[in-house]
Design a protein around this ligand. Structure first.
Ligand code: NAI
Length: 698
């Protein structure tokens, strides 16, 4: 890798370009070449100013992800940053595209920063549970002040040039980095502008007292919004030391903090989540060379919760959608479901009216299925009943053009059975979106027996167009996500019947890092959905399976959760998030006494141990039945569709960290009370016997 950074001298200006396509990530070779280019330019007497810029689409996206977790080879970035800053000749970072992480730390060590209007900067290390480790935590506050620096580093967000100039992170906006760079360099040379070396003064953190006050406010803020996350707190600690110590001591503190985070479970989990997300679109169909079919026109059947969400997701990606409903009244409701989202976006300033109108030009509706005859893909989102879906698909078979992809958004039903209603089962696939479908990023792509490879490839292509995170799932009841959910929901109901209140369980799960517990989630999703599903399965339920009646008894009262004002919790204007309900607890107690159960105490740790063991055990069964390609796909499913806390990496990563042998011994302990439910998955037994973990299968 010879040319990862190049030096070109034009007149008295040296241009150093970063050149490691596609993102100019700061790999060892680039760092090495950059250092050499800098040294050469500094030694060249003809050079008066140095401009660092990126080739291709970006300045640089920062660290090379392929070097993650490996010992870093020299030259190290902090040393290069020091070299840049110490230069006697002015060095200018000329940014286009993005300058993120280590790349922006390079820019922080230059004496001046200019950027194109569309460029953005950022220090996103926090997303990986880390902090900027090349003096970012020390230079950034000196440049933009304590509050701005903490905001940029703890949010990890990209800051567009206009905002960056407002906060002082860049000096000037230029339309072209080359031309703009030359005139900026000439200007500072002719003005004899002072070279700002951020390490040499306190800059924007001169006022110590004020700075420390902001530090305390920010600490309290992060403790409140996410007490579990380590990296934001450590970033704040580093900024505090930037205020209190000199640069050199501050750097030692930053390095120590960086190393602590680097070896933490949290960053290991966040890095796992990052890679897992990138891996989930590696599927056998694409490896076999399948190419997606044309995807220019979409039909959506059903304008309810899901149909409208899917419609919005597609419209927002510029795909024209025709929505079909049963009758005039239903289509009116469907239209309102779509329009109200755009109305709200306009009201909240997220979208201009013109933009909303332009998007909605691509939206048409009908009550006649025949209007789907020219669609490339048709997604069905009607009621969750097999016969209703089969009827829709059999009609579609007669209407859809040859080669159209026919997809069902079913939550649980057998896609092969749905496909059997057509004479083209190779074109039928499951596309399981999550509610609200215009927001939630997960898309389970359910691959039935007879589907063709290019149809699967088209599903993945749709995910890309819609900016969803796809996971390939096998065609089993509930696919990956809902199948596993059902298992830990059962574990929660067993614990409830055995002595834990639903409120204790929710609290333990929230403490673990979920935004809500299972009973709060049932209330949000609507208790009737699970109730219908339990009725559907009643006939197939094994005699050995323990069945808890509490949920049914709550549903029998018409308490379906938030939408009916009552479920496990009572929702009132005063208690919008729900209050604990003594009547629910009375039902729980009645059910315990009917079954002769003496309630026992559960600590939060015991609740989590069972909840997670149930999740992991079913995850392992999903894997051994080849319903998921790899453990990390299960993690992606749970992270993006079920709010599993990202800093815990997903259930399978959690199991590896907790210890798969410990999961197995927990399961064996629980198995004594209920051998049917808690039987350890064969895969877990096998992996433990071989001394392996789930990661060995990723
Ligand atoms: P919904 O009840 O809100 O909407 C269903 C819509 O389909 C209704 O507007 C109904 O008028 C329409 N419909 C029924 N039969 C029709 C037909 N023959 N032709 C045209 N339209 C017809 O239901 P929801 O929640 O949108 O669910 C739809 C599907 O999505 C179900 O299969 C469900 O299991 C699945 N799903 C639901 C999720 C959720 O959280 N609600 C999440 C993921 C999947």
């Amino acid at each position: 890798m010879e040319n990862t950074a190049n030096l070109n001298i034009e007149g008295d200006i040296a241009f150093i370009d970063l050149n490691y396509p596609p993102m100019n990530s700061l790999c060892q070779s680039l760092r090495d070449n950059l250092k050499k280019c800098l040294e050469n330019a500094m030694q060249d007497n003809t050079v008066k100013a140095i401009i660092i810029h990126g080739q291709g689409r970006v300045f640089s996206a920062g660290a090379d992800i392929n070097e993650f977790g490996k010992p870093l080879e020299s030259p190290h970035l902090p040393d290069i940053c020091d070299l840049i800053e110490a230069s006697d000749k002015p060095i200018i970072a000329a940014i286009h595209g993005t300058a993120l992480g280590g790349a922006f730390e390079i820019a922080l060590s230059t004496h001046f920063r200019i950027a194109t209007p569309t460029a953005s900067i950022g220090l996103p290390e926090v997303h990986l549970g880390l902090l900027p480790g090349s003096a970012g935590t020390q230079r950034m506050p000196r440049l933009v002040g304590v509050k701005n620096a903490i905001d940029v580093m703890t949010s990890g967000q990209q800051i567009i040039a206009k905002k960056a100039i407002e906060m002082g992170a860049i000096d000037e906006i230029v339309s072209d980095i080359k031309e703009g760079g030359i005139s900026f360099a000439k200007k500072i040379l002719s003005e004899g502008r002072h070279l700002k070396r951020l390490s040499k003064s306190k800059g924007a953190i001169e006022n110590k007292e004020e700075g420390l006050k902001v530090i305390e406010e920010q600490r309290a803020h992060w403790r409140k919004i996410n007490p579990n996350l380590e990296a934001p707190q450590k970033i704040i600690d580093c900024v505090e030391q930037a205020i209190k110590l000199d640069f050199k001591e501050g750097m030692i503190f930053e390095q120590k903090s960086f190393q602590e985070l680097m070896s933490s479970d949290q960053s290991s989990c966040l890095i796992h989540a990052f890679f897992a997300e990138r891996k989930s679109n590696k599927i056998p169909e694409l490896a076999r060379g399948a190419k997606p079919r044309t995807l220019e026109k979409l039909g959506v059947i059903g304008g309810g919760t899901m149909g409208s969400g899917i419609t919005i997701a597609a419209l927002n990606s510029g795909i024209p959608v025709t929505m079909i409903e049963r009758d005039a009244e239903s289509i009116e409701r469907g239209v309102e479901n779509v329009h109200k989202i755009y109305r709200r976006d306009v009201e909240k300033g997220r979208l201009t009216q013109e933009k909303a109108d332009a998007i909605l030009k691509n939206y048409s509706t009908s009550t006649n299925l025949e209007d789907l005859a020219d669609k490339d893909m048709i997604i069905e989102a009607v009621f969750e009943q097999l016969d209703v879906k089969k009827e829709v698909f059999s009609k579609l078979d007669a209407i859809a053009k040859e080669g159209a992809v026919l997809a069902s958004n079913t939550s649980y039903l057998d896609i092969d059975k749905i496909a059997s209603a057509t004479k083209r089962s190779g074109d039928v696939i499951g596309l399981h979106f999550f509610s609200p479908a215009n927001i939630m990023r997960l898309l389970e792509i359910v691959v039935p027996e007879s589907v063709k490879d290019d149809v699967v490839a088209t599903g993945f292509h749709l995910a890309k167009l819609l900016k969803k995170v796809p996971v390939r799932a096998g065609n089993c009841d509930g696919f990956i996500g809902n199948r596993i959910l059902e298992n830990y929901a059962k574990a929660a109901s067993y614990m409830m019947e055995d002595g834990a209140s639903p409120y204790d369980i929710d609290k333990a799960v929230v403490n673990f890092g979920y935004p809500m517990g299972p009973f709060q989630m049932f209330d949000l999703a609507g208790g009737d959905i699970g109730w219908d599903d339990r009725k559907r399965r009643a006939a197939f339920r094994s005699n050995h399976e323990r069945y808890v009646n509490i949920a049914d008894r709550i549903c029998e009262k018409g308490w379906f959760g938030q939408k009916t004002g009552r479920g496990y919790y009572k929702y009132t204007p005063e208690a919008r998030r729900g209050a604990e309900d003594p009547e629910v607890l009375a039902i729980v107690e009645e059910e315990r006494s009917v079954k002769g159960i003496t309630p026992k105490n559960f600590t939060p740790e015991e609740i989590i141990r069972k909840y997670l063991a149930a999740m992991v055990n079913e995850g392992a069964k999903v894997l051994e039945e080849n319903m998921a390609l790899r453990p990390s796909d299960i993690d992606v499913t749970k992270l993006f569709g079920y709010a599993f806390p990202r800093h815990k990496g997903g259930p399978m990563k959690y199991a590896d960290q907790y210890g798969l042998d410990k999961i197995l011994s927990d399961l064996k302990e629980f198995e004594k009370e209920d051998p049917h439910f808690w039987k350890p998955a064969d895969l877990i037994v096998k992996l433990v016997n071989e001394g392996k973990n789930f990661d060995s299968l990723n």
